[in-house]
Design a protein. Structure first.
Length: 226
C-alpha cells in the first residue's frame, strides 16, 4: 500500500508540475501576444502609410494637418492604386475611379478629419478645365499641378511597358491630396508642402507602374508657381 501511495503521490506531483508549466507557458504567450497586440495604434507621420514620408516631409505632413498622431494602419496602398489604374486603363474607358494610396486618420478625429492621398484615371477634358477653388495656385510640375491650403492636385501621363498601347495612348493619372479639418494657415509654405506631399505619393506610384521618365515627375518636387 505504501508503494501505491508513493506512486500516486508521484503522479499527482507530475500533474501539478504540468499544470504549473502550462500556466507559465500561457502566461508567456499572453505576454508575447500583448507585446504584439500592443503595437502602437497611433504613430507619427514618419511611420504612417508604410513609411512613405521621410523625417523632413513627415514634419510638413504634421504641419498641414495640424495633427501629430495617426492611426498606424490605413486603407488602400500602392498595390491597390496600381491595380485600379491598370484596370481602368485596360477597360478602354476615358476615365476610371482609382484607389487611396494613404489615409491619414488622426487620433481623436471624426468624420471629415484627417487627410488622404488618392489616385484615379482622368478624362482628357479634365486637364483642360481651368476652373479652380478660391486660393488655388498653379505650378509647372506635370501636365498640370495646383495647390491650395486644403490640398493639392496633379495630372500626369504615363507610358509604360506594363501598359499595352500606352506609347500611343498614355495612361492619364490624377493624383489628389486632400486635407480635412486643419488650422494650417493659407500661406505659400502650406501650399508648397501640400504639393510636395502629393509629389512623394505620385512618384512612388509611377515608379511602381514603370512609367518612362517617371511620367515627367522630377525626383525632387518642382515647386515653381506659374
Amino acid at each position: 500500500m505504501k508503494s501505491v501511495g508513493l506512486a500516486r503521490a508521484g503522479r499527482l506531483a507530475a500533474v501539478v508540475g504540468l499544470v504549473v508549466a502550462a500556466g507559465a507557458g500561457l502566461a508567456a504567450c499572453g505576454s508575447d501576444a500583448e507585446g504584439k497586440g500592443g503595437d502602437e495604434t497611433f504613430v507619427g507621420a514618419d511611420k504612417v502609410c508604410g513609411g512613405l514620408f521621410d523625417a523632413s516631409l513627415a514634419k510638413k505632413v504634421e504641419a498641414v494637418t495640424t495633427d501629430s498622431e495617426f492611426f498606424a494602419s490605413g486603407t488602400g496602398g500602392r498595390d491597390k492604386v496600381v491595380e485600379a489604374l491598370t484596370d481602368g486603363y485596360e477597360s478602354g474607358r476615358s476615365w476610371a475611379t482609382g484607389a487611396d494610396l494613404c489615409e491619414l486618420s488622426p487620433k481623436g478625429g471624426g468624420a471629415g478629419d484627417g487627410a488622404a492621398l488618392k489616385f484615379s484615371m482622368y478624362a482628357p477634358q479634365d486637364v483642360k478645365d481651368l476652373r479652380t477653388a478660391p486660393g488655388t495656385v498653379s505650378y509647372t510640375m506635370g501636365k498640370r499641378s495646383e495647390a491650395r491650403a486644403t490640398g493639392a492636385s496633379l495630372y500626369l501621363e504615363c507610358v509604360s511597358p506594363q501598359l499595352k498601347g500606352s506609347e500611343a495612348q498614355p495612361l492619364r493619372i490624377y493624383g489628389g491630396f486632400t486635407v480635412g479639418e486643419s488650422d494650417a494657415p493659407d500661406t505659400p509654405e502650406t501650399r508648397d508642402a501640400n504639393l510636395e506631399i502629393l509629389h512623394t505619393g505620385a512618384l512612388s506610384v509611377v515608379k511602381e507602374l514603370g512609367c518612362e521618365d517617371n511620367a515627367g515627375l522630377p525626383e525632387t518636387p518642382d515647386l515653381t508657381p506659374k
